[in-house]
Design a protein around this ligand. Structure first.
Ligand code: UDP
Length: 339
């Protein structure tokens, strides 16, 4: 059987790999000039590894996913730490823990750490956002200082995400074509299409646009060995930047005795950033989800939508991989495709 996978990010790469390992021929296309989707990373002129589309920190409790990806990379343990910078310049631990509460006062936590940040991040008031979004960042009663305090597996791929995804795609049954946008006529040549393109775009936006937030990244290098008190600093002011990341503080992101590279993030609507879709918007009323479901309902029989833009879901990397493994394995079983 011949399959087309649209998008060479985590979702597409994992599905392509599973199909290829089952003996099928898989074509992977991506509109960008690189694989790894929004996890793409590269090394800058100072020898420092940058995640082009913002910091990607792998964390999960899912052993299966951790071990699956471990076939394609050596994992290096890394526990992410974040500080919030108060408007007077003091740094406090995030997620908010006992000590942070002691410093700012428990009653002020939402207004200091969540209200302004979420407004600039999502372009809407906190109340208009589905609470699941801010619940990603817990408020704790203990002294834990980790950004992902509850996850058993926290690590970075030793040679970067791009190399890991290249390794996933490195199979004789898989052919990858970059700079190749999806074209409906292309799918005719395939038995099934796994499609990570924005689902509303596939249907020519006939039920309306699904909103996304995007980020503008500003990267600069400073003549300092180290600049920040933790890898990432979140800003509590009311804008426009949300956070800054110092890449060198992540293991295997480059050694440079004299310089450090920082990336600042400024959220915006995706239409203001070259239609770069990063975050599906989970509104409190579920209006966006309803529009998505209308599109989903019309999915052609020979197509499966995958990934953040295909499923319109705020998937973390481990969730994208888990979902992709389930989709591929169910497909192979249910279609009883001969191998
Ligand atoms: N959030 C916040 N203040 C922070 C960090 C997070 O209000 O200092 C909220 C905000 O709405 C954000 C969400 O929690 O979009 C999820 O944060 P996370 O750090 O998980 O976002 P990601 O790393 O995926 O951008």
């Amino acid at each position: 059987m011949r399959y087309l996978v649209v998008g060479a990010g985590f979702s597409g790469a994992v599905i392509a790999r599973e199909l290829a390992e089952a003996g099928h021929i898989v074509t992977v296309i991506d509109t960008r000039d690189h694989v790894a989707g929004n996890a793409y990373d590269y090394t800058n002129e100072h020898g420092i590894r940058i995640h082009k589309y913002g910091p990607h920190l792998f964390h999960t409790n899912n052993k299966v996913v951790y071990e699956y990806l471990g076939k394609f990379t050596e994992w290096v343990p890394y526990q992410h730490r974040v500080k919030a910078m108060l408007t007077d310049g003091r740094f406090v631990t995030l997620p908010v823990n006992r000590k942070t509460k002691e410093i700012v006062g428990e009653d002020n936590v939402i207004d200091i750490f969540f209200r302004p940040y979420s407004k600039k991040m999502w372009g809407m008031e906190l109340e208009a956002l589905n609470p699941e979004v801010i619940n990603r960042v817990p408020i704790r009663d203990d002294d834990n200082e980790l950004y992902f305090p509850d996850d058993l597996y926290q690590a970075v791929p030793r040679d970067g995400y791009t190399t890991m995804v290249q390794n996933i795609l490195d199979h004789r049954g898989i052919q990858v074509y970059l700079n190749t946008p999806y074209d409906k006529r292309k799918s005719l040549a395939y038995d099934h299409v796994f499609n990570s393109m924005p689902i509303d775009q596939y249907f020519d936006f006939k039920y309306g646009y699904l909103p996304y937030r995007s980020i503008r990244f500003e990267t600069c290098s400073l003549p300092l060995p180290v600049a920040l008190p933790s890898t990432t600093i979140n800003f509590t002011h009311d804008g426009p930047q949300t956070r800054v990341t110092e890449w060198k503080q992540i293991p295997f992101h480059g050694e440079n005795k004299y310089l450090t590279t920082l990336t600042f993030e400024t959220p915006c609507c995706y239409t203001e950033n070259n239609f770069e879709r990063y975050y599906p918007v989970k509104d409190a009323e579920g209006k966006n989800r309803d529009v998505y479901l209308k599109y989903k309902h019309e999915t052609p029989e020979n197509m499966t939508f995958i990934g953040r833009c295909g499923l319109y879901a705020y998937l973390d990397m481990h969730q994208a991989v888990n979902s992709a493994l389930a989709i591929a394995r169910n497909f192979l079983v249910n279609n009883k495709v001969n191998t």
